[in-house]
Design a protein around this ligand. Structure first.
Ligand SMILES: Cc1ncc(COP(=O)(O)O)c(C=O)c1O
Length: 384
């Protein structure tokens, strides 16, 4: 007999993520799944074969705790090529089990009970629970609908002695907006002369469209010196199932990050790291991504012309937002569920990314799909 409950939940408000719920519902109803952010086409066969080769060559035991040095060196080189700051492979780069673990570990490294952390909503869903788990208080700032821009004056007004960190996500999931240079300069200005740490989620660094340039934290000295910057190989190489990414930060921050990293994962997949150490050198692979995804976005949007959905601009990521205010008054979760059950198409309702469940009648559709999938999806959406 137990003397009461074994569980005193640390996250009483948290249920199963919307991504799991919508993907499950999509599969139960045999619906086209544009909900979760992953491709339905295969990743590079050359990369798969390279990993296989590395496995056959016997690279099947633990990798070093910080990640393979050759991979960290390749990342350091890439950072110098693509951005203005080259990070030290030895002390400033750690390979992680996806961006999710990097973000969780960065939050755990800096957030203590009572600390406040500013996030921007709609927000990717892994930030708030991690902040709360370590006793922090989430301070949300709402991106201004419909362009999802930031009111930096509001951000400045929320800064106080308890503000420990600001989490940004650029290009932004789910809003598909991107930060301008002016945004980053405003942020740099706001945190100057404070001890605020930035966690910058840049998993969609290469998914940016219409000729815009990704404004990485790494390009802003006053931000880079206080930031954990997080990337995902899963997003860059169309292989979300591998769950491998990396975090970069100045030595002092990275040193503390690694103290926690070594006890929550120790190290990540060795043969994949071995293969990526070579594959990251192929700049054309990631430099071709803006065009590759812009073509998909344009294909999907073009096929939607004439539909009753409002098409919002998608400036980055592989998501397209569609408004259904001309079609229904229903709450967005109810409407998204109805789309799956009645029309066999799955999306993500945007209200789930807000603490207060703000409902602008907007759904998020992932266009990292084969053109035939996008065509079938667009035909369904046009019929609604
Ligand atoms: C904004 C954002 N951050 C982080 C992640 C997680 O990346 P990973 O799969 O590498 O953990 C995702 C995945 O969808 C994402 O959209």
């Amino acid at each position: 007999m137990l003397n009461g409950s074994l569980i005193n939940s640390k996250l009483p408000q948290v249920g199963t993520t919307i991504f799991t719920i919508m993907s499950k519902l999509a599969s139960e109803h045999n619906a086209i799944n544009l909900s979760q952010g992953f491709p339905d086409y295969s990743c590079s066969q050359e990369l798969v074969e390279l990993i296989h080769k590395k496995m056959l060559a016997g690279n099947n035991q633990y990798a070093p705790m910080q990640g393979l040095l050759s991979l960290r060196e390749a990342i350091s080189k890439k950072m110098g090529l693509v951005y203005e700051k080259k990070y030290d492979a030895e002390t400033e780069i750690t390979i992680t089990a996806g961006a999710t673990q990097a973000i969780f570990t960065a939050i755990s490294t800096i957030v203590s009970p009572g600390d406040e952390v500013i996030i921007f909503e709609p927000a990717y869903d892994c930030y708030a629970p991690a902040i709360e788990l370590f006793g922090g208080k989430v301070v949300p700032v709402t991106l201004q609908f419909p362009n999802y821009t930031i009111n930096w004056q509001e951000v400045a007004s929320l800064i106080n002695t308890k503000t420990r960190a600001i989490i940004i996500n650029n290009p932004n999931n789910p809003s598909s907006s991107v930060f301008t240079k002016k945004d980053l300069l405003q942020l740099e200005n706001i945190v100057r002369n404070t001890d605020i740490v930035i966690i910058s989620d840049e998993v969609y660094e290469h998914l940016i469209f219409d000729g815009a340039e990704h404004q990485s934290i790494a390009n802003f000295k006053g931000l880079a010196e206080r930031s954990f910057v997080v990337f995902s190989f899963g997003k860059t190489y169309h292989a979300t199932g591998w769950k491998i990414g990396y975090c970069i930060a100045p030595k002092e921050l990275m040193n503390e990050f690694r103290k926690i990293h070594q006890f929550n994962v120790f190290c990540v997949n060795n043969p994949i790291q071995q293969a990526l150490a070579e594959y990251v050198e192929k700049a054309e692979e990631y430099l071709s991504l803006p065009n590759f995804f812009q073509e998909k976005r344009d294909f999907f949007v073009d096929k939607l012309i004439g539909s009753r959905f409002t098409i919002y601009p998608s400036r980055g990521t592989y998501f397209q937002l569609l408004g259904y205010e001309k079609i229904s008054n229903e709450n967005d979760v109810v409407f998204a569920e109805r789309l799956i059950k009645e029309f066999k198409i799955a999306s993500i309702p945007l209200s789930v990314f807000y603490n207060k469940k703000e409902d602008n009648k907007v759904l998020r559709f992932c266009f990292a799909k084969k053109n035939e999938t996008l065509l079938r999806a667009a035909e369904i959406l046009k019929s609604i």
